[in-house]
Structures are given as structure tokens and as C-alpha cells.
Design a protein around this ligand. Structure first.
Ligand SMILES: *Cc1c(COP(=O)(O)O)cnc(C)c1O
Length: 492
């Protein structure tokens, strides 16, 4: 490597110095660290070996189709797809969002092909991943969100009564991201099948870990292709598949449904376009990395890593259950869970989950705050803090549990941040509408959230006030302000 290249890499290393640590288990969301250095090395080498390949055309680069076939076959095995009479067919996508988008696109097009007219509808519990909000928004579907109880559980009957001839897709999660609830998949899939409606199981986060989660004592209800009526499943290799970002799998029980996810056109003067997924030209790097990681770990490796996650999850849930003023939300399944204030204890014993997360962060661990949510049923889902547990979490459990406990001791009794009076001080905040850039910047400035544009402009250390802001501002205004905040980050 010449001097200039060395210099450039040194610059990159300096940029990376400000990033949250991707290894070591200090960040309990976003990153999935197996703790196996050799696995990272392997993924890096595999990705580098296909650096110049264009996944757009597997006829020119047959290695792409072969690696995809292997990754899909492994995922079919994880989800008991080999048991189906018709072979399960799959796609490798760039991530969970793309898998969810394509599941919705396929269902929409099949609904239209069956004679559906007007606006097709996706029916799903309110806990369904936001990727389905995005799918509805991008693809012109309506999203009918069904309220859940305060443990995140949806009543089967509440879903079933919403199924109409307009319904193109029902989505259930295995488990859902916010609270790790395993939806009542069998009953909902059966009701959907009876009505000829597609049923997608979003196992983006659970798909690579639930197959190894059971320990004999606690059998899980079936959530995959063992369940009649399940028509598609998404599972992200870049989560508990321990692959670098950029790899997810979308499986279809019916090969026609996979074809309906594709886009093809010969009606332009260029090469015939056939895109089974959303991108055109695409990197094969994350595919090759995922392929190599899967081959290396195989079922045994995944089983061992899952056992570490399970052990750590249990310790952490017990720890939270033992902290006065906090509780685990509902009955989580898998290596993730949410924590909220325990409203059963007097107010001066309660621990606000966001203020707690900020304090835990000061102690060196990054948890993820989640907003509360009012539902049409009147049941308000509480503000929570999310923990995603990975195998490395098991390495440092004493330190982490000590931090969780002492952070709670430090902030117990501190009332939640209440910004309702801010609304009267800044009336523009209360308008539920979009904003132009100039107005959005001005409002952020008033809130002290415009720390100057451009790279390096710091987001606030304390997230509790920001989350409290989102609690009181109407959604469209909040979304506009967040969009502005993010947009400014790479503008000079
Ligand atoms: C992560 C996740 C997604 C979205 O996946 P990305 O890879 O972040 O795009 C969808 N559904 C569930 C349940 C998830 O956990």
C-alpha cells in the first residue's frame, strides 16, 4: 500500500474513533457480535473476494446464484420449509426492510391478480415492524394496525374481524422487535388461509435464533412453515445470522409469490431488466460474507451462540425483575426484551426507563429508548428501553448487571421528563403537519437541538428529553423534525 493509501486509511480510522463500539457487547442494539474474531476475519475475506462482482446478473456471475441457493436452503432448513409439499423458494435481500417491502409488494400484486380492486390493506398488530409502515407508504397499501394489550399481545379475534376482501396481507412477528412478543401465529395464519389471504411471518430478528432457542423445558409454539397458512417468512442473516450488514432472506411457500416480488421490463432501449429484489446493480459482498459465516457456523455453531444469548438474556431479565421500580414488559421470547417503569410501586420508587437508559449510558452501556404509544383502543403502550442480547453480552454480565442496578439506584424516583408546557411556549410544535427545511431548522434551533450543521455536529447526550419531546409533539411534526435533524448530519 502506498503512502497516500495508508494516510487515507488512517483518516478513516480517526473517523471511526467516534463510532459506538461494534464489538465487546457495550451496545445492546444495532450490532450482533458473535465474539468470534475468526468469524469476522472470514466474513471480511469472503466479502473482499467478490468485491468487483455485480450481483445484478447471476448469469454473468454464477457464483452469486450458487451462494444465494446455499443461503436460502439453510434458511429453509431453519424454518422447516423442507416439510412443505411444494418447495419453498427464496430471495436474498439487502436487509430486513427490503425483505418486508418485497413480502408486501408480492402480496399486493397477487391480490390485484386475484381481482382485488381499490386499495389493498395490510392487517397487523401495532407491534409490527415499521418496515411495514414503509411498505404501505411506498407501495400504496393501507395499514390497518390492531391494538395490543399492555404486554404487547394481540387478541386473535381482533385480527380476524379485520380481515376483509380488501386484505392483501396479514403480518405477524416471531417475535416483534419492540417487546419480543411471539404473536399467535397458528390461529392467525389459519384464519388468513381460510379467506385466501397471504400471511407473512416477520422473523427478521428471531429467524436465526428461535430454531435453537428451545431448551426442552420451554417449547415454543410453532412459528414457521410448520404452521399451515404461513405464506412467507423474513429472517435477517445480518442479525442473529452474525453476517455483516446487508443480508436478509425472504422465503415464500408458493414459488409464484416469489415471482410476484420481482420486477422485470423489456420496454426500454437498454438491457432487459429482471430484478428479483429492489436494487439494480448490487454488491455480492454481504452475500458472500453471509454465505461464509453460515458455512462456518452451521447449525451447531448457531446453537452454541444461541445458548450464550439465552443464558445472558435470562440473567438480565432476572436482574431487571429484581430492580425496584423497573419491570420487563410482557413475556418476551428470544434474546431481546423491553423494560419499563413498574407502576405497581409508589411513584418515588419508580424508575423512568429513558432516564435510566441515559444513566446506564454514562456508565458505559448503550441501551435503546423506545417511545410510548397511544392506541385506538385507549390502551397506552408505555415508554420502554430495549435490550438486544448477543453472545458477547454473556462475557461481561457482572459489570452490566451492576450498571443496570446502580443506574436505577441513581435515578429512582426522578419523575419522567414532562414537556407539555413546551407546547404552549412554542405553538408551532403542536401543528400536525409537514415542515419546510428553513422552518424545521428554526424550530430545532429554538429547542436547542440545532448544534450546527455538518459532520460532527453532536446529537444530545441525554436522550430522555428528546424522547419526551416525541411524546408530546404530533407525529407528522415530530417526523419532520427528526428528518431535519438527520438530514443536517451530512450537510455542510
Ligand atoms: C430488524 C427488523 C426489521 C428490519 O430489518 P432491517 O435489517 O433493520 O432493515 C424488520 N422486522 C423485525 C422484526 C426486525 O427486528
Amino acid at each position: 500500500m502506498d503512502e497516500q493509501a495508508t494516510d487515507i486509511l488512517a483518516q478513516l480510522a480517526r473517523l471511526r474513533a467516534d463510532d459506538a463500539p461494534t464489538h465487546g457487547g457495550r451496545v445492546l442494539s444495532y450490532v450482533y457480535d458473535s465474539g468470534l474474531a475468526e468469524l469476522d476475519e472470514l466474513a471480511r475475506a469472503a466479502a473482499a473476494s467478490v468485491q468487483s462482482v455485480n450481483g445484478l446478473d447471476p448469469t454473468a456471475f454464477p457464483s452469486v446464484a450458487r451462494m444465494e441457493a446455499d443461503v436460502i436452503d439453510f434458511a429453509v432448513g431453519l424454518t422447516h420449509g423442507h416439510r412443505r409439499d411444494t418447495p419453498v423458494a427464496g430471495l436474498v435481500t439487502s436487509g430486513g426492510t427490503e425483505s418486508c417491502l418485497l413480502a408486501a409488494k408480492s402480496a399486493r400484486d397477487r391480490w390485484h391478480a386475484r381481482g382485488g380492486e381499490g386499495t389493498p390493506v395490510i392487517v397487523a398488530p401495532v407491534t409490527v415492524h415499521a418496515a411495514f409502515h414503509k411498505a404501505a407508504h411506498y407501495f400504496g397499501l393501507e395499514l390497518d394496525l390492531i391494538p395490543v394489550d399492555d404486554g404487547g399481545v394481540v387478541a386473535v379475534g381482533d385480527i380476524v374481524t379485520r380481515l376483509t376482501p380488501q386484505t392483501a396481507l396479514v403480518v405477524v412477528s416471531a417475535p416483534c422487535y419492540p417487546f419480543a412478543v411471539l404473536d399467535p401465529i397458528s390461529a392467525i395464519a389459519a384464519a388468513a388461509a381460510e379467506r385466501g389471504i397471504a400471511c407473512h411471518v416477520d422473523a427478521c430478528i428471531g429467524g436465526w435464533v428461535l430454531p435453537f432457542w428451545e431448551d426442552g423445558e420451554n417449547p415454543l409454539p410453532p412459528w414457521d412453515f410448520r404452521v399451515d397458512g404461513v405464506s412467507s417468512i423474513s429472517l435477517d442473516a445480518h442479525k442473529y445470522g452474525y453476517a455483516p450488514k446487508g443480508a436478509s432472506v425472504l422465503l415464500f411457500a408458493d414459488p409464484d409469490a416469489k415471482r410476484a416480488a420481482a420486477f422485470a421490463t423489456t420496454q426500454w432501449p437498454g438491457y432487459p431488466v429482471v430484478n428479483p429484489t429492489m436494487l439494480g446493480s448490487r454488491s455480492a459482498m454481504s452475500l458472500a460474507a453471509a454465505w461464509a459465516v453460515i458455512a462456518y457456523l452451521d447449525r451447531n455453531g448457531f446453537g452454541e451462540l444461541t445458548a450464550r444469548c439465552r443464558q445472558a438474556t435470562r440473567v438480565l431479565q432476572d436482574c431487571v425483575a429484581g430492580i425496584d421500580g423497573l419491570r420487563v414488559v410482557g413475556r418476551p421470547v428470544g434474546p431481546l426484551f423491553a423494560v419499563t417503569a413498574d407502576s405497581a410501586v409508589p411513584e418515588d420508587h419508580r424508575v423512568d426507563p429513558h432516564i435510566w437508559a441515559d444513566r446506564v449510558r454514562e456508565l458505559g452501556w448503550v441501551l435503546q429508548p423506545q417511545p410510548g404509544l397511544g392506541q385506538t383502543s385507549g390502551v397506552v403502550l408505555p415508554r420502554t428501553t430495549h435490550l438486544t442480547v448477543t453472545p458477547v453480552t454473556a462475557d461481561d454480565l457482572d459489570d452490566l448487571t451492576a450498571a443496570l442496578r446502580s443506574a436505577a439506584d441513581d435515578v429512582r424516583g426522578t419523575p419522567p421528563v414532562d414537556l407539555t408546557e413546551l407546547l404552549s411556549a412554542i405553538p408551532e410544535l403542536a401543528v400536525d403537519d409537514v415542515l419546510d427545511t428553513a422552518d424545521a431548522q428554526r424550530i430545532l434551533g429554538t429547542l436547542g437541538l440545532d448544534s450546527g450543521s455538518g459532520p460532527g455536529s453532536a446529537l444530545p447526550d441525554q436522550l430522555a428529553p428528546v424522547m419526551a419531546l416525541l411524546d408530546v409533539i404530533p407525529p407528522r411534526r415530530a417526523e419532520a423534525l427528526l428528518t431535519e435533524l438527520l438530514a443536517r448530519l451530512n450537510e455542510r
